[in-house]
Design a protein around this ligand. Structure first.
Ligand code: NAD
Length: 232
């Protein structure tokens, strides 16, 4: 089976009612990023950061996967599909996708403030401020904040290097190292971009300027047609 690698961002979850960060009405208009998505912000006011992510977790649990997430599941009957997501929600998992790498962490998990390898699943939407990890330090959201290392970038690069097809959906490609992943995709691989707004990509790419639901349906239909043609 040929390999499809999909890089997703906040835009794929927009139709599920989860805010993106940079669009108008995006989260960063309401919360200063340096306060809620940086390690310094956490040290300054862990209670604010904890409640910000508790709120995100609650919204995620109330939301459902949308057509965009479901289209990617459909592709698995025809291709070896891997999803690299910048999202911290679990909508790809709940739609039924199998191979998912979360570059920026997961809302459903928490980790020890002292050792981010000490990870626990969260029961429900809330981490009560002051809850301790098994190692005795404060339990913090399992999120990669700005300025922190991105440990999952190495396996993500490995996947990109093996791609026969690469699909980018719902990301402004403003956040590195995620935005640089496309540079590891072999030159022979066909690339698609699904986003209603213009996104700069420094390589040949087929652009579908639509929302994830309708845009991914077009891309997935085309990929399935190619797989069927290959069989004949
Ligand atoms: P971004 O906010 O920078 O960009 C979102 C992109 O999605 C934009 O290009 C926008 O045009 C596009 N978009 C908006 N609606 C869309 C739709 N219906 N269909 C398809 N595309 C649509 O998001 P980013 O590039 O993912 O980077 C922001 C960072 O914020 C990420 O690192 C991510 O971890 C985090 N974040 C995650 C979530 C989530 O987990 N759902 C939500 C907000 C932010």
């Amino acid at each position: 089976m040929e390999k499809v690698v999909v890089l997703t961002g906040a835009g794929i979850s927009a139709e599920s009612g989860i805010s993106t960060f940079r669009d108008s009405n995006g989260l960063w208009e309401q919360y200063p990023v340096e306060e809620v998505a940086s390690i310094d912000g956490w040290h300054r006011n862990p209670q604010l950061v904890q409640s910000f992510y508790n709120e995100r977790r609650k919204k995620m649990m109330e939301a459902s996967p949308n057509e965009g997430h479901r289209q990617l599941v459909r592709l698995e009957q025809y291709y070896d599909v891997s999803i690299i997501t910048q999202n911290v929600d679990n909508l790809h998992e709940r739609a039924g996708s199998k191979n998912i790498i979360h570059l920026h962490g997961e809302l459903t998990k928490a980790c020890s403030e002292r050792n981010s390898n000490y990870v626990v699943d969260i029961d429900g939407w809330e981490i009560k401020h002051g809850t301790l990890a098994p190692d005795g330090s404060l339990l913090r959201p399992f999120i990669v904040w700005f300025g922190e290392a991105v440990p999952m970038i190495e396996p993500a690069i490995d996947l990109c290097e093996q791609a026969d097809y690469f699909v980018v959906v719902g990301t402004s490609l403003n956040v590195y190292p995620a935005a640089g992943l496309i540079n590891y995709v072999p030159p022979a691989a066909k690339c698609y971009l699904v986003d209603p707004k213009e996104v700069h990509v420094a390589r040949k790419i087929t652009t579908v300027a639509e929302k994830a639901g309708t845009g991914l349906k077009k891309v997935v239909d085309e990929l399935i047609a190619l797989a069927n043609a290959e069989k004949e």
